[in-house]
Design a protein around this ligand. Structure first.
Ligand code: FES
Length: 312
């Protein structure tokens, strides 16, 4: 494969032809902010947060969709770039609830992070606010479209990773929103609550309902674990607060970022005092045994049960 050498912020880097400027910058360890980019999904180049300055190019191109070229010179944080990013953040905040104090994603929200990093304290742009009803129609995903920034990652993960196409962009202009077919509630759609959309949402628009109120990001310890409910062996993070398991989340770096119902529902067995006992036939008689033994699991369920019992 042919190689291309370019200069980013004064540093030379050589990458395979076809790479993007964002890929090359990340290879150098340079941080470029992104909202709609995800390495596992197609790249719409929609949010423009990843813009850079490249002399000779008109405007400020989005680095996530700009291919590298031999001899290219790139500035990732020039004055023009920083000003443009501030304006993008302001525009997003102009129609975004400023309820960070109570938002479940506070501390794990890219919009909050970039507003902080770029010093956007006040929004000088006044405009209309959406007043969407919060979708609480199902026990798994809380959808607050007032907080949606239309990055489209939830749409792409649903279509490209899960192949479900449950949600898509609906309406036009200011009224554009992400919605299931016919703009129904999620409970009335074909959603199977795999929670992949939640795992890619960069803001508080999609929240794992069962984790709501159980702890801030910085209070929750994450422990990698592999699910053994099926042969796929999905990567999860076990979420623990004060030593007690409070939830599971799809591991962000995992290929396909999978998370099916079984892996998540297994958690409910931990703290359920009314869980029916499990039985196995031993020496011709049914005897009560731990669920992990009954299911023959040494992976996620066994570990979850063990941790749950320890924490009780
Ligand atoms: Fe590049 Fe959104 S991250 S355009």
């Amino acid at each position: 494969m042919s190689q291309v050498t370019l200069t980013i912020n004064g540093q030379k880097v050589t990458v395979p032809a076809g790479s993007t400027v964002l890929d090359a910058a990340r290879l150098l360890g340079l941080e470029i902010p992104t909202l709609c980019y995800d390495p596992m999904l197609s790249k719409p180049g929609a949010c423009r947060m990843c813009i850079v300055e490249i002399p000779g190019m008109r405007n400020l191109p989005a680095s996530c969709v700009t291919p590298v070229a031999e001899g290219m010179v790139v500035e990732t944080h020039s004055e023009a770039v920083v000003e443009a990013r501030k304006t993008i953040i302001e525009l997003l905040l102009a129609n975004h609830p400023n309820d960070c104090l109570t938002c479940e994603r506070s501390g794990d929200c890219k919009l909050q992070q970039y507003a902080y990093e770029y010093g956007v304290r006040e929004v000088g742009i006044q405009g209309e606010f959406h007043q969407y009803e919060i979708d609480e129609s199902n026990p798994y995903i809380l959808r607050d479209m007032n907080k949606c920034i239309l990055c489209g990652k939830c749409v792409r993960v649903c279509a490209e990773i899960k192949g479900e196409n449950v949600i898509d962009f609906a309406y036009r202009g200011f009224n554009t929103k992400i919605a299931p077919a016919l703009d129904t509630k999620l409970a009335e759609s074909a959603c199977v609550y795999c929670n992949n959309c939640v795992s890619v949402c960069p803001v508080g628009a999609l929240v794992d309902r069962r984790l709501a109120g159980k702890g801030r990001t910085w209070e929750v310890e994450q422990e990698p674990i592999i699910c053994t409910f099926c042969e796929a062996g999905c990567n999860f993070n076990l979420l623990k607060k004060d030593g007690k398991v409070v939830g599971v989340a799809a591991a962000k770096a995992a290929p396909g970022r999978p998370m099916c119902l079984k892996g998540r529902l297994g958690l409910e067995l931990i703290h359920n005092p009314n869980a029916a006992p499990a039985y196995l036939k031993k020496d011709g008689e049914f005897v009560e045994v731990p669920w992990a033994e009954a299911l023959g699991l040494e992976g996620i369920l066994a570990k979850l049960l063990e941790k749950g019992q320890k924490a009780e």
